[in-house]
Ligand binder design. Structure first.
Ligand SMILES: [Zn+2]
Length: 431
């Protein structure tokens, strides 16, 4: 994995120096014979907004890490005062497109950016044009001028200049350059166009930027190894603080993803962080980490929570479940249970015995089953607290496994355990 050539960009020196002061990243350990790595991402939150904000805080995030996917800066169902009870939940991801119908950019800028607007000063904010929930790339409507996004407020075409005004007003700690993300089904010609546009828009973002937040350069290329490598090599020449590997979760298959991810990360310098969007399932996260990705979004938790599901998979390298006849009876895949099921109506136990999240410490499966059945939003709040807690603990387990040289063991055990349970479930359905 040769360190990629880097080229001086026209970025202003003072802004560049401030950017490197705002974000530092160091790799601490590598997996045995692999690309998975453990690192520390350090963010220094800005206090220079002149609105009497708190003094500068330094936030340290161990990687690989989970970014909490948000709506307008806050997780969909977790109240702000519960965030601090979740371990390692210090990175919040938002799309500037969420604010299209909110306070205008000048107001957000006058308030001091997203930190001041939301009153969350001990957290790092990551701005990414797309997410996997409310702001989806709509490649058929994107053109040479800008990228199109489908949002609950309608479809928006966002040009680099407009995007940079959003970033300057919102003042995130990290932000991702505008990309032309396309689905896996587009033609080879359209795929190449998306690479050219994404590189051009990155140059536009660099020349237009006036914020000290750290810039992650977007890399696209769909399902073409050649296009992905070309894009990664070009972005690696630019003066960016990290990389966003885009275009996943848009119709690509899990089978082809490892090759594509490896093709990209092999072209990137080792010393800078890599982020991805659209890989949510535990096995997809393990696949991304095995390719050297450091930051992931939590849209998987959001979808689980909306469906009434709770994560229950074991948090140890062996991935062995305690024998549970009830789980077998539910034909569960042994990663999650659906608390809407009638079998939980009288279940007086917590979601996971021994889990120290707020939900498991205070409530039973029967209570959450009741809340779900009467459509009470507290059900989603309690589920999202548990699911986020559980998934953050999964990332902690992965970091420990990498450090102890057991990452491949964890990955294999997890995938085999899930495959065995899915097989057993399908056999029991047929019998
Ligand atoms: Zn719990």
């Amino acid at each position: 994995m040769p360190a990629a050539e880097r080229r001086q960009s026209p970025v202003d020196g003072a802004v560049q120096e401030e950017e490197s002061r705002r974000m530092k990243f160091a790799v601490k350990a590598w997996s045995k014979n692999g690309r998975a790595r453990v690192g520390v991402l350090q963010l220094s939150s800005s206090s220079s907004c002149g609105h009497g904000g708190p003094p500068e805080k330094v936030i340290e995030i161990d990687t690989p890490a989970l970014l909490l996917t948000t709506r307008k800066g806050l997780p969909a169902f977790i109240p702000p005062d519960h965030l601090s009870s979740l371990p390692d939940s210090r990175l919040l991801q938002f799309s500037p497109m969420h604010f299209m119908e909110g306070p205008n950019l000048k107001t957000i800028s006058n308030i001091g950016g997203v930190h001041q607007l939301l009153g969350l000063h001990g957290y790092g904010f990551v701005a990414l044009p797309r997410d996997s929930i409310l702001s989806l790339p709509e490649c058929n409507s994107s053109n040479k001028h800008g990228a199109s996004f489908e949002t609950p407020c309608g479809r928006f075409l966002v040009k680099p200049l407009e995007y940079m005004k959003m970033i300057s007003s919102m003042k995130p700690d990290l932000w991702v350059s505008l990309a032309d993300e396309v689905s896996a089904s587009v033609s080879a010609k359209r795929n190449k166009v998306s690479v050219d546009r994404t590189i051009r828009w990155l140059d536009d973002c660099i020349s237009l930027k006036s914020t000290d937040g750290a810039l992650f350069g977007s890399i696209v290329g769909g399902c073409s190894i050649e296009d992905r490598q070309h894009c990664a090599q070009e972005v690696a020449k630019r003066n960016v603080s990290g990389y966003y590997i885009g275009g996943f979760g848009l119709g690509d298959s899990i089978d082809e993803r490892s090759t594509l991810l490896h093709a990209v990360t092999d072209c990137l310098p080792k010393e800078k962080p890599r982020q991805v969007c659209g890989l949510g399932l535990p096995e997809e996260v393990l696949q991304g980490i095995a390719a050297g990705v450091d930051l992931f979004d939590s849209m998987y938790i959001y979808h689980l929570t909306l469906g009434g599901f709770a994560l229950i998979f074991p948090l140890d390298v062996q991935c062995k479940h305690v024998s549970d006849p009830q789980l077998s009876a539910m034909a569960s895949d042994h990663t999650k249970i659906n608390l809407k099921a009638t079998v939980y109506r009288k279940d007086a136990s917590p979601i996971v015995d021994g889990c120290n999240c707020y939900t498991c410490q205070n409530h039973t499966k029967a209570y959450i089953n009741h809340l779900l059945n009467v459509h009470e939003m507290l059900a989603q709040t309690l589920l999202e607290i548990h699911n986020t807690h559980h998934y953050l603990a999964f990332f902690c387990l992965i970091r420990e496994a990498i450090t102890e040289g057991k990452f491949e063991q964890l990955r294999q055990n997890f995938i085999e355990s899930r495959r065995d349970h899915l097989l057993a479930a399908s056999l029991s359905c047929m019998s």
